[in-house]
Design a protein around this ligand. Sequence first.
Ligand SMILES: NC(=O)C1=CN([C@@H]2O[C@H](COP(=O)(O)OP(=O)(O)OC[C@H]3O[C@@H](n4cnc5c(N)ncnc54)[C@H](OP(=O)(O)O)[C@@H]3O)[C@@H](O)[C@H]2O)C=CC1
Ligand SMILES: CC(C)=CCC[C@@H](C)[C@H]1CC[C@H]2C3=C(CC[C@]12C)[C@@]1(C)CCC(=O)C[C@@H]1CC3
Length: 343
Amino acid sequence: MEATDRQGKICLVVGGGGFLGRHIVEKLLDRGYEVHVFDLRETFKDDRVTYFLGDLCKKEDLLPAMKDVFVVFHCATPSPLSNNKELFHKVNCHGTKTIIEACKEAGVKRLVLTSSASVVYEGKDVENGTEDLPYACKPMDYYTETKILQEKIVLEANSDDFFTVAIRPHGIFGPRDPHMVPTTVRTAKAGKMKFKIGDGKNIVDFTFVENVVHGHILAAEHLEPGSKICGKAYHITNDEPIFFWDFLSKILTGLGYNAPKKNLPFWLVYIIAVILQVICFLLKPIKQIHPTFTPMTVSLAGTHHYYSCQRAIADMGYKPLVNLDDAIQKTVDSFPELRNTSK
Ligand SMILES: NC(=O)C1=CN([C@@H]2O[C@H](COP(=O)(O)OP(=O)(O)OC[C@H]3O[C@@H](n4cnc5c(N)ncnc54)[C@H](OP(=O)(O)O)[C@@H]3O)[C@@H](O)[C@H]2O)C=CC1
Ligand SMILES: CC(C)=CCC[C@@H](C)[C@H]1CC[C@H]2C3=C(CC[C@]12C)[C@@]1(C)CCC(=O)C[C@@H]1CC3
């Protein structure tokens, strides 16, 4: 899409106050779009942005933000690492249906959903997985369960006059990342990052946030009547699968922490995570505890899970803008506050 074509076009980013959402906002502004942000809280100030505060589960909150909008990016979610079943279903399922209703009422024709490559992951190895893989029959957590339902809702809503597409990133990291890097550092500081889970040779996709943003905007600019991308899902990765523990070690050593050297059997850590999950469930009426090592995070740390993005390359001309080594360096440099000062 030419720069002149973007002028005057309004993009609405639902969840635009979050990690990925704010990066999408910034890139849309750079490309000359007018940008609306819809979120629960105003997490940043930018005079170029029109900020709408509200709950995406309420259509009356959404409608003012949708006036004259060219495309909606839906990248809102409760925190992927929480375990609140009701909240996940409320926001990711009911809320997504509400967004679609509001789009149609407001005359918005395009919806780009941020889905997740994890919608096909159920704790077993996925090697160079394509978008044709079936959805996980037994999702490992409520987050994944509702991301599957959410993607189905959005892709099934595609029609001759309402165009939808789902972008499936995996393991997003980068500046202002609230999950990957802070959790890794917090775990290291707690002395729980001394061991690799499993043999350390499981291969995983980690995707730099600027590449995820690029995939979203490419999809939005291809979302036209008759386009082959309408109603489809697309993996967006760095296209550089890496040993999971090599990636974490680069992040840790880049921030001045020791990288794990020894190994613990995967099955042992997994059993401990299951026991922990049962204990947290029993203690729930008394105290909410969110352990870092859950069956899901242990599986992600100990199995292969990397995905083909050939469909995005073929259909949208996707190509990662930032390679993994540069991305890791940019990320480490963006977190001076997480650097190890005790050495
Ligand atoms: N992070 C990752 O590795 C991956 C993420 N994804 C997907 O990418 C998307 C963005 O994730 P990420 O940026 O990490 O998430 P964040 O939590 O950083 O951002 C989500 C934003 O949505 C907001 N939000 C939550 N509930 C509502 C609501 N009811 N109404 C309005 N806004 C709401 C959040 O507000 P608040 O913070 O106040 O709750 C937050 O600002 C998500 O759809 C996620 O599933 C996919 C693959 C990997
Ligand atoms: C074992 C351990 C404590 C590792 C520290 C890093 C983890 C916090 C991340 C490693 C893989 C990440 C990941 C996600 C969240 C953070 C990690 C578990 C997601 C679950 C985020 C939301 C998604 O859609 C899928 C991601 C898969 C990878």
